[in-house]
Write a protein of this length. Structure first.
Length: 158
């Protein structure tokens, strides 16, 4: 019984083409090209972004520019709300069984900030800040971004 073997290294194919042991033939493909093709194929399937954030109860820390943004209320009145403009977009994984936080969001660039007490963010207008708090999905008419953060702390970073 004849045994098939690994093709010879590049440059020596012609020497073995007529051998009774060599099956196949075909062009010689350098190993570097095969390695590059393998890396490209695996890179296409590897995620390039970090894992998505989670809604509450997880506590998150985010950085960006705090901007006081005017919005129209359901009654037509203009109200100013603090919004965190992120440097890098993020994603948030929804919780399928949650009442309000079931929807996942991708490419989030702005997050409305909710302060439970004074100063409500106004004193940090147009400043780089780092905020800590819990994310939740918008569900009320006064929620102007898909994802909001219930702010626990705010610190100026610059």
């Amino acid at each position: 019984m004849k045994t098939l073997f690994r093709p010879p290294p590049c440059g020596e194919v012609e020497k073995y083409e007529r051998s009774e042991y060599f099956s196949g033939g075909g062009p010689c493909v350098p190993r570097a090209i095969l390695a590059a093709l393998f890396l490209l194929a695996t890179a296409a399937t590897t995620p390039t972004t970090a894992a998505c954030l989670k809604y509450e109860p997880q506590i998150v820390t985010l950085s960006g520019t705090l901007i006081i943004t005017p919005f129209k209320s359901p009654t037509g009145e203009t109200i100013n709300q603090p919004v965190l403009k992120l440097v890098t977009p993020l994603c948030v994984d929804g919780r399928p069984k949650a009442a309000y936080d079931s929807k996942s969001e991708k490419n989030v660039r702005e997050i409305q900030m909710v302060y439970a007490d004074y100063p409500f963010g106004a004193r940090w207008h147009d400043q780089q800040v780092t905020v800590t708090g819990k994310l939740f999905h918008g569900f009320a008419p006064l929620h102007h971004t898909p994802v909001l953060i219930l702010v626990k702390t705010t610190k100026v970073t610059k």
